[in-house]
Design a protein around this ligand. Structure first.
Ligand code: ATP
Ligand code: MG
Length: 417
């Protein structure tokens, strides 16, 4: 992509009411646009990052047998009444609307109910199980506070997977696989070193649920970490009883602020009982399906990456989620030689399948470099009279700031070509 064609421009200031670092940087760098508090549009650069995160999650969900589908945002009141989750007194963050004839509808904040109801049409016998179904779908939540940028949207993308298993034992085995898949996701998006699996409240059906909590000052949660054991406990379940159960001692725990980037939950038969999802086992006896739910917010993950990996100059994307792999920047020089060399290099890289942002704009080098620092593509290739004299391209690593001059052949081999 030629930067001269990119309709977004970097800017010096984010909207005055924006208090979150992630949104401030992402708005200034042209990744997102703020529509109103807690409501953000994704612009071309932001959508590329979002799609990379989604792609990683999709691979990990497919690897554990997930089947992707897409459920609706509009929700039928009757289905939610069956589980007692329609009432605003029970669920305080519903967005609700009405048809012209006055029929109530909700905008889905999660999808246990409609998917369980849907599965009653497909799951009849033990032969139909297990089923692992997931989606990337826009959720609506009337969040009381929306001060954390894209980490807490009122409209946001969620990957939600739901598991339907024969019994508790089969469920427990899948739950462990899903936990490992989540560990893989957070490692692959660059949050492996800062993300803990934490014990959280399990609701009425299981002792614990597990959250994936990334340590950051921008987090709204508090966790207690045993750094030696690599285990953490959420504040809301920190009791002497739980610590004894987990073999932890209060003295070895460190308090940290963190953000919940993922959550996996055993649901038992709560939803299958309420919505009539059962199957006939091998003896012909009727049994309820055992369920679990598994959520990740790709937008919250993107915001968390910005919060934890940026520096004073801007964003620092891990390679796996960067909007482009390489940022080629030409610096005006004698007789347009750097521009010509940059054009040739750009075409060469693009035709080899490398994702390149090419800063072909007629601007001062300083402005181009400041923009490149803000946008945060991991590898910068500067083409200038100076680099050409030295026989190639100046390579700058965004994270470490280290530079080196590489000949074309060396650059191509560094990019795996
Ligand atoms: P929180 O306690 O932070 O409000 P939650 O426990 O209500 O989150 P879940 O219902 O577990 O969230 O949703 C699954 C995942 O979806 C979360 O782990 C998080 O990654 C993401 N998520 C939840 N709420 C939001 C939001 N408002 N904006 C962006 N992502 C969100
Ligand atoms: Mg949660």
């Amino acid at each position: 992509m030629r930067q001269s064609h990119l309709f977004t421009k970097t800017r010096k200031e984010a909207p005055k009411d924006e208090v979150a670092k992630n949104a401030d940087l992402l708005i200034r760098a042209g990744f997102i646009h703020k529509e109103m508090a807690g409501v953000y549009s994704y612009l071309p650069l932001g959508l590329r990052v979002m799609n990379k995160i989604v792609g990683i999650i999709r691979e990990e969900m497919n690897a554990i047998g997930g089947q992707e589908l897409a459920l609706t945002a509009l929700q039928d009141r009757a289905v939610w009444e069956k589980t007692n989750r329609w009432s605003d007194a029970v669920v305080d963050n519903w967005f609700k609307t009405q048809l012209k004839n006055g029929t109530d509808l909700g905008l889905g904040f999660t999808h246990e109910e409609p998917l369980t109801a849907l599965m009653t049409e497909y799951i009849r016998s033990y032969r139909d199980l297990p089923v692992y179904a997931y989606q990337f779908q826009t959720k609506f939540r009337n969040e009381a506070r929306a001060k954390s940028g894209i980490m807490r949207g009122r409209e946001f993308l969620m990957k939600d997977l739901y598991s339907f298993s024969l019994d508790e034992k089969a469920h427990a085995a899948f739950y462990e696989k899903a936990k490992q898949a989540y560990v893989n996701v957070f490692r692959r998006v660059g949050l492996g070193d800062t993300t803990y699996v934490t014990f959280a409240s399990g609701g009425s059906f299981s002792k614990y649920s597990h959250e994936f909590q990334t340590v950051t000052a921008a987090g709204e949660d508090v966790i207690y970490v045993d750094e030696k054991k690599g285990i953490a406990v959420n504040k809301e379940v920190m009791t002497d009883e739980v610590l004894a159960d987990l073999g932890l001692s209060r003295d070895s725990l460190v308090e940290k602020k963190a953000v919940e980037v993922g959550n996996i939950f055993s649901l038992g038969t709560r939803f299958s009982d309420a919505l009539g999802l059962s199957y006939l086992d091998e003896t012909g006896a009727k049994r309820p399906v055992v369920m679990g739910s598994y959520g990740i917010g790709p937008g919250r993950v993107m915001g968390t990456i910005v919060e934890t990996l940026s520096d004073e100059k801007g964003i620092v994307w891990p390679e796996s989620v960067a909007p482009f792999q390489v940022h080629v920047v030409s610096v005006a020089g004698k007789d347009g030689a750097p521009q010509r060399a940059a054009e040739t290099l750009y075409n060469r890289l693009v035709s080899s399948g490398i994702e390149v942002l090419y800063d072909d704009r007629d601007l001062r080098a300083g402005e181009k470099f400041a923009d490149a620092d803000l946008i945060g593509i991991p590898l910068r290739v500067i083409v200038s009279d100076k680099s050409l004299e030295k026989g190639g391209y100046e390579i700058k690593d965004r994270r470490t700031g280290t530079t080196s001059v590489l000949a074309e052949k060396e650059l191509l081999s560094r990019l795996g070509l």
